[in-house]
Design a protein around this ligand. Structure first.
Ligand code: GLA
Length: 382
């Protein structure tokens, strides 16, 4: 965890609100494989990372509550009985949405003040939004002693995203951020919302992220459209979700859907199988197979599900040119953000140099490269 960030948030809170706050850390996440499978009741393979949101809380004696976004130097004052969504794309919805959804669950909080900041690059596909939502629900649950379970909390965060942010997301991001375990990735079954932890030790390999620095925005309808397309095909097949479909099932309705939507559903079925196979490869210590599945995931996301972009495709092509990289793919919702790369440890430095140069030459902008450390989920900072 970033101690400079913690001090910054604490000091800013004390300066603004003149009280000693409760401090919460809530991480972002990576995802090894299983993309756009979560809202199809399928499998995903995420892990919480050591970057995230730090939020400071204190009860307020005023008749209003205040939320302060330190990095934007913006604050809002609101009344708890008059909550409504703010303008689209604004950070306010993550805070207001969580409070509103807590109220919907009859978990009523008193007035409070919050200040927060983070070290996840926004729009990088590492779920800064889920980290913020989880920090709010977790902090308020502590502050007002509401007795919410972690599962209840992530469902509140997800509802806030649906109803205030306007993205009909699955449960992967909120789950990974809340339930993360140090040095582990979580094979999450999004139907039962239960996960099996896998200790991650790639021996002479490691995971690195390369950020295109193209900010993705999920609130545009692209994400929601794909979710509805999947749900429509599931209902054509008379199943609960595409998780229950096989490729053979899809053939039976092929002439009833557009070729584009057929490919999307096929992608989901195949990606779900890849996620399951990846967990087996990991148990077998078979990194070659894991890497091939990761490349396959990107191919599907780019060509079938169509959520990639030129910059992401370019970075994956660069990875494929390098024999020391076993797999690479875009990560998260898509249209920008990061690729995740499974790379031989002793090839990292050289690859960093070549890929940065190539990216700059092609797009006339910089990419950013991060190592990842798998970390614990949302918690109180002692
Ligand atoms: C976003 C959503 C998640 C998931 C991914 C794609 O991160 O918030 O629920 O659907 O996209 O796998």
């Amino acid at each position: 965890m970033n101690s400079t960030l913690i001090s910054k948030v604490k000091d800013s809170f004390i300066n603004k609100f003149n009280a000693d706050p409760l401090m919460i850390f809530s991480p972002g996440r990576i995802n090894i494989i299983g993309e756009h499978t979560d809202y199809n009741d399928g499998f995903v393979f995420p892990a919480a990372v050591d970057k995230g949101i730090v939020a400071a809380f204190h009860k307020s004696d005023d008749k209003v509550s205040t939320a302060y976004a330190i990095d934007m130097n913006e604050s809002i004052v609101f009344e708890l009985d008059k909550l409504k969504p703010s303008s689209e794309g604004s950070w306010e919805n993550y805070v207001l949405g969580v409070v509103a959804e807590m109220q919907n669950k009859n978990k009523v909080v008193g007035n409070f003040n919050i200040a927060f900041s983070g070290d996840i690059p926004a729009g990088s596909g590492m779920s800064s939004s889920a980290a913020l939502e989880n920090s709010v629900v977790f902090g308020l649950n502590e502050l007002f002693n509401l007795g919410l379970s972690k599962t209840e909390m992530i469902l509140i965060s997800q509802k806030a995203e649906h109803n205030y942010v306007g993205v009909n997301c699955g449960i992967m991001d909120q789950y990974a951020s809340m339930f993360g375990i140090e040095n582990n990735a979580l094979l999450l079954d999004c139907r039962t919302v239960e996960a099996t932890p896998f200790e991650i030790n790639f021996k002479d390999h490691e995971l690195i992220l390369i950020n295109t620095n193209v900010k993705h925005s999920l609130s545009d309808s692209a994400y929601n459209d794909r979710r509805s397309a999947c749900e429509n095909i599931a209902s054509l097949l008379d199943i609960k979700a595409l998780r229950d479909a096989t490729e053979a099932d899809l053939l039976t309705i092929k002439d009833q859907v557009t070729p584009e939507n057929y490919q999307k559903a096929l992608y989901v079925v195949q990606e779900n199988n890849r996620a399951v196979k990846a967990s087996q490869a990991m148990l077998d210590g078979d990194l070659e197979t894991l890497g091939a599945l990761i490349y396959g995931s990107h191919e599907g996301l780019s060509k079938q599900y169509k959520v990639s972009c030129d910059e992401l495709d370019f970075l994956v092509e660069q990875a494929k040119l390098n024999a020391h990289i076993l797999g690479a793919r875009m990560m998260g919702g898509g249209f920008g953000g990061c690729t995740i790369n499974l790379i031989s440890k002793n090839a990292v430095e050289t690859f960093k140099t070549t890929v940065s140069k190539a990216y700059k030459a092609k797009f006339n902008k910089d990419c950013s490269i991060y190592a990842v450390k798998l970390s614990n989920g949302t918690h109180v900072i002692k």
